[in-house]
Design a binder for this molecule. Structure first.
Ligand code: KIV
Ligand code: ZN
Length: 513
């Protein structure tokens, strides 16, 4: 018998973007969407077009660009949202409208102020309307895992009868437990009479650290679509991590005999790209893509590994695209070698973009003997993807030490005009941030600052991430440079640019999500 397929529905660009501070601009979203298509996800949820004009345009751009992947747009269960979603995706090769309404008693009573019958009617109307626009319609029962089981089956039956081709059971608040969630999935399959006319999907959140376990339990119980995000990013504790579910299915095929079309060798590069773009770094001990995921420190492990890697290694690093020797280019490498290597790691740049990257690469190669993939990713992200920057760093001079008051002089380009200024601080980074805040006329609060080395070696680039808050808006910033003060300034400026983007693209935070 042919094994059944698990459909991977990636929502990094929608639910993932709801991670505090993880907003991405349009160019970044498009770049990520292209990478997700390369990774081989079946469905890509590109955004929530009714939330803002910026979201609408980003979804539209992605829908017009992707060639093979189904592009989904989220909509609340009302005509306006559904029309807006359809307008954004109508030119996609494979469009999908994803509409949802809450079905738990607590959400219906306190949030929606609707009765069960009213929710059933809204479901019928929304799904019928979506179906009048496109063939592929997904219906989600928000807070499904806390809904009364028979009512949930009734809602799914109604949605399928109205035309839904996928029904999704979300664990919206991350409350489910694997055994119980699996039982619920079996119950839904058994008690929804027309369930075989639709795909049953699950969508888990990680509040109790159980999102992957719940998703795997649900697949084992009969769900055939998994809604996931890269690196598990998402609201609060995040969503189910794509790479964890894919590699569990891949590694434990004896227990989970399913196929999936995700190309595992693109998992690690995609994870890096998401970190680079969002500024949300992966914790070192994160399963599959964390820096320590394949590091074997203990002597006894190393001994076993040398004799046979399978003694302690259940997956090979190459399977997820973690190349062993990432040594790439040096200062004598030419433009052609750089272009070819960038293509190999997933960046097919235009000649104009290559010029920008080549110049930055040469500068770095003067300071650092070996330029690694991580360095190139940082250069491309900072040099090419950040197309909408308002503030740019031209130069920075800092004086600091044991006997002087730390001072920073900075020149920025703001909206194409150079401006200069200086300020003091209680350390060189503080001085730098003060000077930049003055020049940009911003008053952000620094909520978090973290620094790590991008690669090994004492000449490694420092990679800084900052979390900034201004007028209730939160943005993350990321920057890298062999000089950690410059890396900090770049991260701070990137955070300020993201705040500017958020100010210019206000997002209506819909009650229902
Ligand atoms: O968590 C949730 O319930 C959602 C729905 C919109 C699917 O994100
Ligand atoms: Zn969600």
């Amino acid at each position: 018998m042919e094994s059944e397929k698990i459909i991977f529905f990636d929502t990094t660009l929608r639910d993932g973007e709801q991670s505090p501070g993880a907003s991405m601009n349009k160019a970044e979203k498009l770049r990520l969407a292209v990478q997700l298509e390369k990774l081989g996800v079946d469905v890509l949820e590109a955004g929530f077009p009714a939330a803002s004009q910026g979201d609408f345009e980003a979804v539209q751009q992605i829908a017009n660009r992707l060639k093979n992947t189904e592009v989904a747009a989220l909509a609340r269960a009302n005509k306006n949202d559904i029309n807006r979603a359809w307008d954004a995706i109508k030119h996609a090769v494979k469009p999908r409208i994803h509409t949802f309404i809450a079905t738990s008693d607590i959400h219906m009573k306190y949030k929606l102020n609707m009765s069960r019958d009213e929710v059933l009617s809204a479901t019928i109307e929304a799904v019928r309307h979506a179906k009048s626009l496109t063939q592929s319609v997904e219906f989600s029962a928000e807070d499904g895992s806390r809904s009364e089981w028979d009512f949930l089956c009734k809602v799914f039956e109604t949605a399928i009868a109205a035309g839904a081709t996928t029904v999704n059971l979300p664990d919206t608040v991350g409350y489910a437990i694997p055994g119980e969630f699996a039982e619920m999935v079996r119950y839904v399959i058994k008690h929804t009479p027309n369930i075989n006319q639709a795909i049953l999907s699950v969508h888990c959140h990680n509040d109790l650290g159980l999102a992957t376990a719940n998703t795997i339990a649900a697949i084992h119980a009969g769900a055939r679509q998994a809604e996931v995000t890269i690196n598990g990013i998402g609201e609060r504790a995040g969503n189910t991590s794509l790479e964890e579910v894919v590699m569990t299915v891949h590694t434990r095929s004896n227990y989970l005999p399913y196929t999936c079309q995700v190309k595992t060798e693109h998992l690690y590069p995609t994870s890096r790209l998401v970190s680079m773009i969002t500024g949300i770094m992966v914790q070192p001990n994160k399963a599959i893509v964390g820096a320590n995921a394949f590091a074997h420190e203990a002597g006894i492990h190393q001994d076993g590994m040398l004799k046979n890697p399978m003694t302690y290694e259940i997956m090979r690093p190459e399977t997820i695209g973690l190349a062993k020797n990432q040594l790439v280019l040096g200062k004598h490498s030419g433009r052609h070698a750089l272009r070819e290597h960038l293509k190999k790691i997933g960046y097919d740049l235009s000649s104009e973009e290559l010029n920008v990257v080549f110049e930055k690469f040469k500068n770095l190669a003067d300071k650092k003997k070996h330029v690694m993939d991580e360095d190139l990713e940082a250069i491309v992200t900072e040099g090419v993807l950040r197309t909408t920057d308002i503030f740019e760093l031209d130069y920075l001079h800092v004086s600091a030490g044991t006997t002087v008051m730390p001072m920073a002089s900075v020149q920025l380009t703001i909206n194409k005009r150079p401006v200069k200024g200086a300020d003091y601080g209680n350390g060189p980074i503080d001085a730098c941030f003060n000077a930049i805040s003055k020049l940009t006329n911003t008053e952000s609060e620094l909520l978090r600052f973290s620094i790590s080395a991008l690669t090994g070696g004492t000449d490694a680039q420092g990679e800084v991430t900052v979390r900034l808050k201004e007028n209730g808006l939160i943005a993350l910033g990321r920057g890298s440079d062999p000089d950690i003060i410059t890396a900090s300034a770049r991260a701070f400026i990137n955070g300020l640019n993201r705040l500017e983007y958020l100010k210019a693209n206000p997002v209506e935070t819909p009650q229902e999500i």
